[in-house]
Structure formats: structure tokens, C-alpha cells
Design a protein around this ligand. Sequence first.
Ligand code: GDP
Ligand code: IMO
Ligand code: MG
Length: 420
Amino acid sequence: MVDVILGLQWGDEGKGKIVDYFAPNYDIVARFQGGPNAGHTLYVEGKKVVLHQIPSGIFHQGAQNIIGGGVVLDPVILQKECDTVEGFGIDVKKNLFLSHRTNLILPTHRALDKASEMQKGEGKIGSTLKGIGPAYMDKTGRNALRVGDLLNKNFTSQYIKLRLKHQRLLDNFNFTEDISAWEDEFFEAIEKLRSFKIINSEYYINDAITAGKKVLAEGAQAAMLDIDFGTYPYVTSSNTISAGVCTGLGVAPQKIKEVLGVTKSYCTRVGSGPFPTELENETGEQLRQIGGEFGATTGRPRRCGWIDLVALRYACMINGVTQVVMTKADVLDKFENLDVCTAYNIDGQSTTQVPLQMEKSPLTPEYQSFKGWNTDTSNLRAAAELPKDMDAYIHFINEYLGAPIKYVSNGPGRDQLISL
Ligand code: GDP
Ligand code: IMO
Ligand code: MG
């Protein structure tokens, strides 16, 4: 069977840490969507590592790690990640497999991402500029180059054809930056990519399931950034939700068992777009500083606010979440009061549903207040040790979501996870 770990908010919930924690229980860990826009932070032997495309099971020698067909892959970034992981004495190539269906991010995709954002000006998405949108546009536009194409003799001519197409688009954007250095790196990196294990991942994964092996699917980004169900157009270009596991890995829906949804105990967002519970004040700044809320991929300060249960319950519904993991509970240790958004007031009407466009009409969050626990919780290791005010906070969220909070993470370290 396949279990899934994915984000329920706007990304950076701590998915990487949670996947790394559970990976020893699995034979295969597979990324099913997204690309190097992701930044998944792990602590290995006390040292921080940020993974962008390599699945977060790579530090466990017993797990095979697959970059699935739903991913868009930047070969240059992959090479850098491999070097980092090898620095920990891990033989990356032994345990890393690439799907032949994975789409390639070309240097011109990055240029197009940049040109498109520049043209949007004020209305920009706040993209990570990794070429994600243009790469997925080529996928759905039926133009893309895939990892399997690297093994074709005519790869270079396919590349040149697509590059010319991109050049015409770049000319339309009046984009004149010289990207020849990016192309040099790209060709160097794809040479190396050919020596990776390129597999027919749909058979590989399904055969593993039939043989009784355990598969963990790792999501990137999160529900509110999903291309269909997120805060469109301020979203990423893939299906970040559990349905994306089926299309990204080629597994049937009935093969999916547990869906672990990860949420922070508060909420953050990086990039543009609506964020009802955002706190543009001292409290927001406090969350940012205590939580270290700066992007793992771009270093941008993350926007911070209270937990939004309207959006969270929606995310649980869309994903079929069976267990919730609440991370960064320790970040709330020093707050006197905590607000929890339980409804949106839109044009004077209270609703507990996520509207089509949160930004279209004035939306005010309705809050319920909770007493903070005012205790250092980062050293706690058992559910029975949780302060009573934290219990009350968790219990309320549990009831509202209708999905059980099964784990509370109380620090970035591997051992900082409490099973409830
Ligand atoms: P991801 O993209 O969902 O994997 O999350 P990121 O790695 O982008 O961001 C999560 C950040 O929070 C990282 O810096 C983690 O080291 C850190 N982190 C994860 N869990 C916890 C936690 O429970 N408490 C604290 N204080 N930090 C955490
Ligand atoms: P992880 O996996 C947080 C955001 C960007 C931007 C929007 C579109 O680490 O949680 P894109 O580069 O995909 O075109 O950007 O999505 N975004 C993320 N925000 N965490 C991420 O990944 C993100 N990946 C993309 O900031 O607003
Ligand atoms: Mg991240």
C-alpha cells in the first residue's frame, strides 16, 4: 500500500522532517509532483540539510528513493543536491531512481518564469523562479522533454527545437538576458543524469506494492497551492493533493491507505496571494523570528499568521486526510493568547467554506481565542507531558477538523515528535 505525507497549508509545514522521521518504516519513498521550488529541511547528525528534489528518505539506506513522473526536474540543481547528500557519506546513486516520465526543466524555462513574473509586475505570483510554471506548461502543451528522452540519440535536436520555440516567447517578453552559462551547466548536468538509474517507475512501484512492500509518497508545496483547489492564480503548477499521487506515480486510488496531512500550529505563506489570517504586526513578526520563518529555497521572509481552520478543514476534505501532524507547536510556547480562525466573514456573511477567490471581496477572519501555555515544550517526549492549555488547543482543532491529530512536532530535530 501507499501512504502519503503532504502539506495542508501554503507549504513549509515541515514535511521534510516528517518524511525523514517515518522513512525507516518504508521500502520506497517517492516524490510525486513539484520540483526544485520545494525546500525540505532535515537535520541529519545535527546538521541542517535542505532537499529540493531528492526525496527526504535518502538518508535511510534501507529506502529506495524515487523521483516520480509527476515531478519537473532541474538536472543542475539535482547535481548540487547529490554533492550535498554525498557529503554525509551517502551513496546517492545506489538509492536514487528517476522515473523515465519525469519532465525536464530547461534553462529557458527558468528564463520564461522570470520574464513572465517581470511582465506581471504588481500581480506577480511570487514564483521561486525555478522554471516550474513554464515546465508544466510544456508538459500539458505536449512539448516537454522527459528523462527517458535523454536516452534517445536525437535528444540534442529535440532540445534545439524546443529552445527555438522558447526563444520566440522570450523575444515577445523582450527578455534579453544572456543565459548561455545556464545552458553550459545544463548540458554538463544532463551528461551525468544519463548515468542515474532511470526506471519505468509505474511498473516498479506497482510491482513493489504487489510484493507487499511499503511505499511512502512525499508531497511538495501544499493544498492551498494546488493548481486546481488552491488560491488560484496564486498557486503552483501541479496537483499537490493526494490525487496527485495517482497521476504522479501511476498508482490507483484504492492503493492509497494513510494520508498524513502536515500543518503548522500557526500559518505561513511565502509569495503573493490571499492569506486571511496574516498578521502584519508585532505578533506576526514574533512568529517569524521564533519560527525562523525564512524560505528554505529563496530565503524570503515568510508571511505569518494564526492557524486557519476553514482552510485546514477544506484541505483535509480535498486530500482525504486520515491523520494530522501538527508541527512547530514549540513556536507558540511564549504566546499569552492564541487565536484560531473558525469562519470567514465575507460581505457581512459568516461562512466556514473556502470561496473561489478569497481576494475578491473583503474577507475578515472570525477568531476563537485560546490561552497560551507559556511553557517550554521543546524537551517533552510524551503525550502525557503536554501542558493542559496545549491539550485544549489541540483538542479544539481536532474536533473542528474531524481528522485526528496523531503527532505533534516540538522542534526541528529528528527526536522532537510526540505521538498522541
Ligand atoms: P517543508 O518544505 O514542509 O519540508 O518545510 P521547510 O523545511 O521549508 O520549513 C520547515 C522549517 O521548520 C524548517 O526550518 C524545519 O527545520 C523547521 N521545523 C520543522 N518542524 C519543526 C518543529 O516542530 N519546531 C520547530 N521549531 N521547527 C521545525
Ligand atoms: P515546499 O515543498 C512554500 C510558492 C511560491 C509562489 C507560488 C508559485 O518547500 O513546501 P512556483 O515557483 O511554484 O511557480 O511558485 O508557490 N511555493 C512555495 N511556498 N513552500 C514551497 O515548497 C513552495 N513552492 C512554491 O512562493 O508563491
Ligand atoms: Mg519548504
